[in-house]
Design a binder for this molecule. Sequence first.
Ligand code: FAD
Length: 565
Amino acid sequence: MHQPNAEPRRSIYYDYQVFDAWLPSQHPTSQQAPVVIAGAGPIGLVTALALAQQGVRCVVLEAERQVSEGSRAIGFPRRSMEILQQVGVAQRVTDNGLPWRFGNSIYRGQRVFRMENPHDTDDRFFPLINLQQQFLEQYLVEACAEQPLVELRWGNKLLSFTQDGQGATLQVDTAEGPYTLRTDWLVAADGARSAVRGLMDLKLEGASYEGRFVIADIRVDLPLPTERLAFFDPDWNPGNTILMHREPHGIWRLDYQLPPGETPEDALRPESLKARIDAQLAMIGHAGVPWEMDWSSVYSARALTLPDYVHGRVLFVGDAAHLLPIFGVRGANTGFQDAQALAWRLALVARGVAPATLLRTYSTERVGAAREIIDEAGKSTRFMAPPTRGFRLLRDAVLSLSLSQPFVGPLYHWRTSRPHEYAASPLNAVDDDNTAFAAGLGHGAPPRNVRLGEDDHLLDHLDHRFTLLWATNTTIPADVLTVLNDAREKGLPLQVIALGASQPVPGADQALPDADGHLRERHGLSAGGAYLLRPDQHVCARWTALDGRRLRAALLNACGLTSGA
Ligand SMILES: Cc1cc2nc3c(=O)[nH]c(=O)nc-3n(C[C@H](O)[C@H](O)[C@H](O)COP(=O)(O)OP(=O)(O)OC[C@H]3O[C@@H](n4cnc5c(N)ncnc54)[C@H](O)[C@@H]3O)c2cc1C
């Protein structure tokens, strides 16, 4: 019998709610679901909401009865906010988070590099926003409660499963003992220690790095702006790196590297934490300032991924699929892109609109993204925590040169999480005009937001459907209309937005005037040109002129209905 902790977790700024455990005796007819998601972390919850938007019912199994312990992921970049906007929680994050865009690298008391994340008037969201993961999970849980197609079962732990050609049969443990649940698809969103991954004996590939880091969240009043601070080789922790981030509710995160050989137990002893936090506060000129501990933990940097996220009827997302260094806010943020990339494909497959082979493209695209991140993250991890004498020499040379030579500043390799471009995806159209465009977004690119008015942006107009963005103000021609209607009849969610049209356009779902032509210019669109965006908003086709035949080909290809995909 599974009895998760019913005591609220301790926090000085967050009130944990303990949810009622879901008990099988109270739900005698709930033994089947089209999709079961194991794990109600941020990625399982986003997957559930995205599936529900696509009309697919899912059950989410969560072993615990409350949201996660400690602040964990605290930095959410713009692309994550755009994904969270799609599932309806971005506004709450904006209302409660701390936006920021500058990062400072400090060496020997001198700022040697100031990173500026680009931000222009077309963006709805800041480059980054800080908010503790518990709040984000809470907003997602509340959004799930509003969504009749999502059933969240607290206190339900996936114990084991078997799969066959049609689906999977799960054994789920509860406070009343185990029950059996049948599903067509099992999504493994059960985190870094994924039980599903373990049960299938799947191995992650990549690298684990030597360095260990302490994360400590303290409440302290520091008169500093919301900017990232990175201190290299400070006097009190020679050779190592310390990060500081401001969080909402007067909390600061300190993140420091441990000397080699120190155990996590030693590092987390109260006197050890106190000595180091005091030393860091003193170093930044705030010796003796009162502070209070909220949460501390030790982690090591790992850069690992499964080589395949699709195993028959089992699909992996988030930390269950990959473990990425948190420098550059990659953990949860990479997972949001997994969730968004999986949900539309799984929905099309679950509703019988697309073949199961479409899911293979989820794996190739997202494993490709993880590998790219692992490559980049490896560079920043090696800079933060040099693994060998050679890397340390190189890092120290960059640090020392940076005191007098500004040109080495950018060598502080620190790329924050950014969306992957699926430039080589088999879902990209084969006979469109991609290469004929002189500007705009190429195949596989994530969307580019554009301000349309005071509180109106292009991405506000995209939803869970395929979107045809068409620079036209005349009636949609009959051949294109036929293709659109056929696709919709077959169950493909699809909308048409006419750009540069001040009046409604017959056949289009929306018309955006784009009076100054800025939206079309940013997309490199002339009159008659068009983009096809997938439900995850990535570009899969673009044309300088569109006709029904080429639109049909692109839609079929994007749904894995041609041999190319
Ligand atoms: C100490 C720490 C600090 C971090 N800091 C950052 C950061 O600063 N920035 C960043 O981007 N990321 C950070 N991360 C990583 C980030 O928290 C994860 O990437 C993110 O939580 C992944 O989300 P997920 O939904 O995939 O997994 P999780 O959040 O781990 O959620 C998995 C869920 O599955 C549940 N579960 C597990 N097994 C079962 C089962 N058998 N049956 C049912 N449910 C199950 C768990 O209870 C959990 O709720 C940090 C992580 C840790 C541990």
